[in-house]
Design a protein around this ligand. Structure first.
Ligand SMILES: NC(=O)c1ccc[n+]([C@@H]2O[C@H](COP(=O)([O-])OP(=O)(O)OC[C@H]3O[C@@H](n4cnc5c(N)ncnc54)[C@H](OP(=O)(O)O)[C@@H]3O)[C@@H](O)[C@H]2O)c1
Length: 250
């Protein structure tokens, strides 16, 4: 029997990277999974790989209307929810002088506002004894140059995670945050930077990580699955750094 047998799980941003590998791991452990993404083609492609038992809904995490629709569809398809993995997010880096109102709003609306309202709107569907995991980042702690808005969005997420853990403890709902360091996923290719800049960034980052490599999405998935399972039933309000040691340098 798997660790998540008979559990229902929602994974936002489940068509790619950490969300995709976590959805896969949840399914391997026996859960029924619903993933979201913002492009129907990408969501359908992921469903093909994850298997027909998986549900997929196109939903933009920055849109409150979309979140309402997602909650309605989740109710139809899963009934109630045991595991809510709020993972969808974007990264964009710029020095202080390069931050625009538009880039600020895009990052904050997806990574923080969307995460907050996803949790709020799912509250009626969350079972007592269920759990919520936020996909944050080690950037919430580090002060790495050029990450002001991204890092702030994740620091805000960690704060939300702690407060929600207190507010929801009465229903025995656990809330935790996972804070990875650099992980090999398509997120870096979506930042719109030239290939050579990305190559250089990757090389420098890898050299700085004490374990001298990027993490893998399935390594993050294993930690998320642990937190989602009954093995972690005394863990709430916690933040787990999983970063090859980069946080100890700061
Ligand atoms: N990779 C890293 O080094 C790293 C480190 C620390 C934290 N993280 C965090 O990990 C999470 C997952 O990222 P990843 O690295 O796995 O990147 P990824 O492969 O790009 O996955 C991100 C997922 O979120 C979806 N998404 C983005 N904006 C969305 C929106 N507005 N509405 C709904 N879905 C949306 C993406 O959809 P599309 O396919 O349409 O883009 C994709 O499915 C993010 O929150 C990221 O900040 C990543």
């Amino acid at each position: 029997m798997g660790k998540l047998t008979n559990k229902t799980a929602v994974v936002t941003g489940g068509n790619s990277g950490i969300g995709f590998f976590t959805a896969k791991d949840f399914i391997n452990e026996g859960a029924k999974v619903l993933i979201t993404g913002r492009k129907s083609e990408a969501v359908n492609e992921a469903i093909k790989k994850l298997g027909n038992q998986t549900e997929g809904i196109v939903s933009d995490q920055s849109s409150l209307k979309d979140i309402d629709n997602l909650v309605m569809k989740t109710k139809e398809k899963l009934g109630s929810v045991d595991i809510l993995f709020i993972n969808a997010g974007v990264a964009a880096f710029a020095p202080l002088e390069g931050i625009t109102e538009e880039s600020f709003d895009t990052i904050m609306n997806i990574n923080f506002k969307g995460a907050l309202f996803t949790l709020q709107k799912f509250l009626p569907l969350l079972k007592d004894g269920s759990n919520v995991i936020f996909l944050s980042s080690v950037n919430a702690y580090t002060g790495m140059p050029n990450t002001t808005v991204y890092a702030a969005s994740k620091a805000a997420m960690n704060s939300l995670s702690r407060t929600a853990a207190q507010e929801l403890a009465g229903r025995n709902i656990r809330v935790n945050a996972v804070c990875p360091g650099p992980v090999e996923t398509p997120i870096f290719g979506k930042m719109g930077l030239p290939e050579e800049v990305m190559q250089e960034f990757g090389k420098n980052m890898q050299a700085r990580v004490p374990l001298k490599r990027f993490g893998k999405a399935d390594e993050i998935a294993k930690l998320v699955t642990f937190l989602a399972s009954d093995d972690a039933k005394y863990i709430t309000g916690a933040e787990y750094v999983i970063d090859g040691g980069i946080n100890i340098l700061n």
